[in-house]
Design a protein around this ligand. Structure first.
Ligand code: HEC
Length: 140
């Protein structure tokens, strides 16, 4: 019932400001842009908690999650060994050039060149994906 009282938007803003503890909360324009940019990812990634992994792992609860921990997804040995935590700074490096951050990973995505595009996509991921209902908490 409590959940019904909190609008999804309020919840999202709270979560977003937590994820962005070291910076300003994302703007509406960033979130709109980020959503659009995610169309480049959704052929391979689901963001709804409990949805099956596709070509890439399910990204539900991504922010703060340890790398290579989506249940049931067979990660490359390279990403399994990387032992990253997906926060803003790490995602920025990953999205800029996945092969530079984790050489030998199997994500077929060359990278996103523009810093402001990466920031917008990460903002959207922080709000939409961290807010996924029932997302598994990051395992230590
Ligand atoms: C062609 C398919 C494909 C596309 C497009 C793609 N990914 Fe991936 N992604 C993968 C695969 C495969 C992996 C696992 C890589 C490995 O195991 O080395 C992965 C891994 C990841 C991870 C690490 C997840 C974890 O559980 O550790 C993140 C974060 C991620 N992708 C985000 C994105 C974002 C954001 C985009 C869009 C800009 C994107 N990916 C585009 C296939 C894709």
């Amino acid at each position: 019932m409590l959940r019904a009282l909190l609008s999804a938007t309020t919840l999202s803003i709270v979560l977003a400001s937590q994820a962005f503890a070291s910076g300003p909360a994302p703007t509406e324009a960033q979130l709109k842009r980020g959503k659009l940019l995610f169309t480049q990812c959704q052929a391979c990634h689901q963001v709804k908690a409990g949805a099956p992994s596709m070509m890439g792992p399910n990204l539900a609860g991504l922010m703060g999650r340890r790398s290579a921990t989506a249940p049931g997804f067979k990660y490359s040995p390279a990403l399994q060994k990387a032992k990253l935590t997906w926060d803003v700074a790490t995602l920025d490096k990953w999205l800029h050039r996945p092969s530079a951050l984790v050489p030998g990973n199997t994500m077929a995505f060359a990278g996103m060149a523009k810093a402001e595009d990466r920031a917008a996509l990460i903002a959207w991921l922080s709000v939409e994906v961290a807010a996924a209902k029932g997302a598994a908490p990051a395992k230590k």
